[in-house]
Design a protein around this ligand. Structure first.
Ligand SMILES: [Zn+2]
Length: 259
């Protein structure tokens, strides 16, 4: 099984992902540019079997129609995406498992907050969590906004109950490349965060829009403000109610909206 991270060069800095199981067709998450996916599949010499959309926003679904025309592939998504996601053939539910090959499978996570039709896909290797495709729920060093059909209180529940508890070694593959800006936000909130500073230094030496950093849940716990809700420096830099982790999260989300 190979994971291919395709950078789309879009203004919104979208990532599309292609999973290549040992045998059979390809799986594609969040096709932004159908022609990019078609060329990539052609290079691999394999057809696309399934498109999965993490949620209903256009920049995660606009490749659907063309890919269905080209490959006659299936399209899977959250039930609440009904009528909003083009060409859906199957609705996925929380906990459902999808076999990819002998070693790898996907487990469906229902992850509301950014929108109410949002899924994340947990990739299991021999039944153990290996990587997670997070759409616009969790980013490297950040979380999704809630401007277009979301709710920050619900996002807090999703992030704290489903992601804070995920095993450290799980790799994080988000729907957008926002790492540099998110690290700057972390450092604005918590100037003494050496781990975020070091990663930003590494990020700045890399080829822009060509090389990318893949984080893990362990790394997110170090560099993602939204995982550091009990950190004294983060709390001290927030005005207003900081009586619970939820309140800290909500204040951070507001501050990030204006960042
Ligand atoms: Zn979105």
């Amino acid at each position: 099984m190979e994971i291919h991270q395709l950078y789309t060069h879009s203004n919104l800095r979208n990532f599309t992902y292609i999973l290549e199981p040992e045998e059979g067709g390809l799986f594609c998450f969040d096709p932004f540019d159908a022609s990019q996916v078609v060329s990539f599949a052609d290079e691999l010499g394999k057809p696309l079997r399934v498109v999965i959309n993490t949620h209903e926003h256009w920049d995660h679904t606009q490749g659907n129609e063309e890919l269905v025309k080209t490959f006659n592939c299936e399209v899977w998504a959250h039930e609440n995406g009904k009528g909003k996601i083009p060409c859906v053939t199957r609705f996925l539910t929380h906990g459902e498992k999808i076999e990819l090959d002998d070693k790898f499978s996907l487990q469906v996570l229902d992850t509301p907050g950014h929108t109410f039709a949002h899924l994340c896909l947990l990739l299991l290797r021999r039944g153990e969590p290996y990587a997670v495709f997070t759409g616009d729920t969790l980013f490297n060093a950040g979380v999704g906004n809630c401007h277009n059909g979301g709710d920050p209180e619900v996002l807090y529940e999703t992030i704290s109950k489903q992601f804070h508890v995920m095993p450290d070694e799980v790799k994080v593959y988000p729907g957008h490349e926002y790492l540099g800006n998110n690290l700057r936000f972390t450092l604005d909130r918590e100037p003494s965060n050496d781990s975020a500073r070091e990663l930003l230094d590494v990020y700045q030496t890399m080829k822009t829009d060509e090389e990318f950093i893949v984080t893990t849940i362990a790394k997110e716990k170090e560099i993602n403000t939204f995982f550091r809700l009990d950190n004294s420096e983060v709390i001290a830099n927030i005005s207003g109610d900081t009586s619970s982790e939820k309140q800290v999260f909500l204040r951070l989300r507001e501050l990030r909206n204006k960042w």
